[in-house]
Design a protein around this ligand. Structure first.
Ligand code: FAD
Length: 597
C-alpha cells in the first residue's frame, strides 16, 4: 500500500477499467544512469586489467545487489554495515507469534520486476489485492458501496490523469502546485454535489500513506516520478524474508561483510592513476579500510545529515541534489487479536447449498472465495470523533487485514499505516518505551482503538476484540534508516529529475565515490526495493565499465542470480483475489481521459 501509484491499478480492476501501458522501456532499467561521462575516458585505459577493491557502505538490498554483480565480474568486494544485521529497510519482527515486515512488504509492479521473479524462486507467497475496500467517513459512518466506488473511481481517474499531466507538463507546472491542488481543480470540472466534493477531497488524502507525507506536500511538477512499474501490486504475504535471503546468499558468497561497522569518514581525493592512490574509509571504532572505489548506499535521510563525512567536501551540485529531495515518514502499527473478529463472511453457503448469512461465531466453515468476506483494505477519512494528535497534516487512517491473506500466511492481525506528522507523534511517544511494557500497549491501543472498534463484529465485552500484541515501526528514530522511510518529491522542488541524475553520477570517475540506493533508482523504481536493487546493478555496472570488467548480470547478459522464467508468469507463488477482466467501457473512459490532456 505505501508508496507508489499502481496500487490504483487494483482499484481499476475492481472498477473494471483497463490498465494503460505507458512505459515502453527501451533500455534495461539498471542501465539507466549508468553511462559514464566523457571525463571517465582519461582513466579507463590506465585502469584496464586492474582488479579493483571496492568498498560498499551498507548491506541493504542495493548494497547486496551491487556486491553480487561486482563479485561476479571479478572485483574484490568488502561491505561495511552499521547494524548487526543485513537488509536495511527490509526487516522482520514477530508480533503475536507471527513474522511481519517492519519495512517493505509490497512488490510494486510485476512487469519485468526482478523482485517479483525472486519471490517466485524463493518460495515466497504473494497475493494480489482485489481492489475492494471499505471507507468510513469523517463521522465514522460506513459509506455505502456505490459512494465508495464513486470516490475510488474519481480518485483513480484523477491520479491516472495526473500522471499524464505531470509527465507532459513537468517543465511548465509551477513548483508550488501540489497533488491536492490538482485534485481540487479536477473536482471543479465534475458535476458532483458539494458533499461529494468534500468527501473526494478527504479521500485524496490517502495519498499520504503512499509517499509518507501529506498530499498537500506532493509536488505536481514531479508527480510523474511517483509512477512505477506496470503490472499489479503484490502483497508479500509470507514476508520479504526469503527474498532477502536469496539476494544476500549470492552477494555474500564472495563479498567480505563486516557488521557493526558504521562508517564515519570517507577520504577520497582526486583519482590519480599513476600514484596508486586509495580512498580511506574510517568506521566509528576507528578502523581504517583502503579501497580503490567506494559505493555509498546509506539512505538519503542519512546523507542529508552526514555530508561532513566526505573529505574533501561534496561538489556543490551533488550536495544540493542530496538536500533538495525530501524524505518521507511512513510507519506501521501491527495489532494482533485472539481471533479476526472483523473477518466475517458476508454470505455463506450451508452444506445443503442454500445461501445463508452468517453474522459471526465459531461455527462457520471458512469459504475460500474472498468475495464472501469484507474487503481486506479499510480507510478512515479524517475522524472528527477523536482528537487529532497533531494540528499539522491530516489524520486519516488505513489498514490491511492480514486475516485475508492466503491460508498458509493468514493471522488475526491488522496492519495500520501512518505517515507524516502522525508518524512523528506516534514514534516520538513510544521510542523510549519498553515494547513489552503496559505503557507501550496502552499508548498504541488508545491510538488505534477508535478505528478497529468501528469494524464489523466488534464488541467491547468480547475477549476476541482485545488486542494481544502490538508492534510499531520506528524508522523516524532510526539514524541508519535516515530517520524516515524513503525519498519523495515535495512542493517547491525545482529540478527533482536532475537531482536524481546528479546522485546517480556521484563523484565516481574523478574521486571514486559512487552512490546507490532507492533514492538513485530508475524513475519507475524510486522509493522501492526494486529500484534499490536496480540502483545496485547500475552502480556496479559503472565500476565494471570504468575498469573494463565483465558484464555478468548486467543489461542483456544472463544474470546468474536470477531465474530464467518469463516475468509475469505465475508460478511458485500463490495468487489470490483475482482482478476482474478488462471491459470496453473502461478502455473508452481511459482513452478519452488521456486524449483530454
Ligand atoms: C515503512 C516502510 C515501508 C516500505 N514499504 C515498501 C514496500 O511495500 N515496497 C517497496 O518496494 N519498498 C518499500 N519501502 C522502501 C524499501 O524498503 C526501500 O526502498 C529499500 O529497502 C531501500 O534499500 P536500500 O539498499 O536503498 O537502503 P537500506 O535498506 O536502507 O540499506 C542501507 C544500509 O546502509 C546502512 N547504513 C546506514 N548508514 C551507515 C553507515 N554510516 N555505515 C555503514 N552502514 C550504514 C543501513 O544500516 C542499511 O543497512 C518501505 C520502506 C519503509 C521504511
Amino acid at each position: 500500500m505505501e508508496c507508489k501509484a499502481n496500487q490504483l491499478a487494483q482499484l481499476a480492476s475492481w472498477l473494471q477499467y483497463a490498465s494503460v501501458q505507458r512505459h515502453k522501456p527501451t533500455l534495461h532499467p539498471a542501465a539507466v544512469g549508468r553511462k559514464l561521462p566523457l571525463s571517465a575516458r582519461k582513466y579507463q585505459i590506465a585502469l584496464m586489467g586492474k582488479t579493483p577493491h571496492v568498498g560498499i557502505i551498507g548491506a541493504g538490498v542495493s548494497g547486496l545487489r551491487c556486491a553480487d554483480i561486482l563479485a561476479q565480474n571479478g572485483a574484490k568486494v568488502t561491505i561495511l554495515e552499521a547494524r548487526n544485521r543485513i537488509g536495511g529497510r527490509i526487516t522482520q519482527v514477530e508480533v503475536g507469534g507471527n513474522l511481519v515486515d517492519l519495512g517493505a512488504n509490497w512488490i510494486h509492479g510485476t512487469e519485468g520486476n526482478p523482485i517479483d521473479q525472486i519471490s517466485r524462486i524463493s518460495n515466497t507467497t504473494t497475493c494480489e489485492w482485489d481492489g475492494r475496500e471499505t471507507i468510513y467517513d469523517t463521522n465514522g459512518k460506513l459509506l455505502d458501496e456505490a459512494t465508495t466506488m464513486k470516490l475510488a473511481e474519481w480518485m483513480w481517474t484523477t491520479v491516472d490523469e495526473g500522471f499524464v499531466f505531470s509527465t507532459k507538463n513537468k517543465d511548465s507546472i509551477p513548483a508550488s502546485m501540489s497533488l491536492f491542488d490538482y485534485c481540487c481543480k479536477q473536482l471543479e470540472k465534475t458535476n458532483f454535489t458539494e458533499e461529494e466534493k468534500a468527501a473526494c477531497k478527504e479521500f485524496s488524502k490517502f495519498w499520504g500513506a503512499y509517499v509518507g507525507e501529506p498530499v498537500e506536500r506532493q509536488s505536481m511538477k514531479f508527480f510523474c516520478l511517483e509512477e512505477c512499474i506496470e503490472g499489479t501490486n503484490l502483497f508479500v504475504a509470507s514476508t520479504y524474508k526469503n527474498i532477502l535471503d536469496h539476494i544476500s546468499k549470492s552477494a555474500l558468497k564472495q563479498a567480505d561483510l563486516h557488521l557493526n561497522s558504521p562508517v564515519v569518514q570517507i577520504e577520497a581525493a582526486n583519482r590519480d592513476t599513476s600514484s596508486g592512490r586509495h580512498i580511506t574509509v574510517v568506521t566509528e571504532a576507528g578502523k581504517k579500510y583502503q579501497f580503490d572505489d567506494v559505493i555509498v548506499t546509506c539512505p538519503l535521510g542519512w546523507l542529508q545529515k552526514n555530508k561532513s563525512i566526505f573529505s574533501p567536501s561534496l561538489p556543490l551540485r551533488l550536495s544540493s541534489a542530496i538536500d533538495n529531495i525530501s524524505y518521507g515518514r511512513l510507519e506501521k502499527i501491527y495489532v494482533t487479536f485472539p481471533r479476526a473478529f472483523w473477518h466475517i463472511p458476508t454470505e455463506h453457503k450451508s452444506a445443503s447449498g442454500t445461501g445463508i448469512t452468517v453474522t459471526n461465531g465459531p461455527n462457520f466453515v471458512p469459504d475460500s472465495d474472498s468475495d464472501k468476506y469484507p474487503p481486506a483494505f479499510t480507510q478512515w477519512l479524517e475522524p472528527t470523533y477523536v482528537e487529532a494528535p497533531s494540528k499539522e497534516g491530516s489524520w486519516n487512517m488505513q489498514c490491511v487485514s492480514l486475516a485475508a491473506l492466503p491460508p498458509n500466511c493468514a493471522h488475526p492481525t491488522l496492519l495500520f499505516y501512518i505517515y507524516g506528522p502522525t508518524s512523528a507523534y506516534v514514534v516520538n511517544s513510544i521510542k523510549d518505551m519498553d515494547e513489552s511494557s503496559p505503557e507501550y500497549y496502552e499508548f498504541l491501543n488508545n491510538f488505534v482503538r477508535p478505528f478497529y472498534s468501528s469494524l464489523p463484529g466488534y464488541s467491547t465485552s468480547s475477549e476476541s476484540c482485545k488486542p494481544t500484541a502490538f508492534q510499531a515501526s520506528k524508522w523516524i528514530a532510526d539514524d541508519y534508516a535516515g530517520n524516515g522511510s524513503y525519498a519523495n518529491f515535495q512542493v517547491g522542488l525545482e529540478a527533482g529529475d536532475k537531482d536524481i541524475e546528479a546522485m546517480r553520477l556521484g563523484m565516481g570517475p574523478d574521486r571514486g565515490v559512487w552512490f546507490a540506493g532507492e533514492h538513485t533508482a530508475p524513475f519507475v523504481g524510486l522509493g522501492t526495493t526494486t529500484g534499490a536493487y536496480w540502483s545496485g546493478e547500475r552502480a556496479a555496472g559503472q565500476i565494471c565499465d570504468l575498469y573494463s570488467l565483465g558484464q555478468l548480470g548486467l543489461d542483456t547478459r544472463k544474470d546468474d542470480a536470477l531465474p530464467t522464467g518469463t516475468p509475469g508468469v505465475m508460478t511458485g507463488n500463490t495468487m489470490f483475489h483475482k482482478g476482474n477482466t478488462t471491459t470496453l467501457r473502461a478502455t473508452a473512459i481511459l482513452a478519452s481521459a488521456v486524449q483530454g490532456q
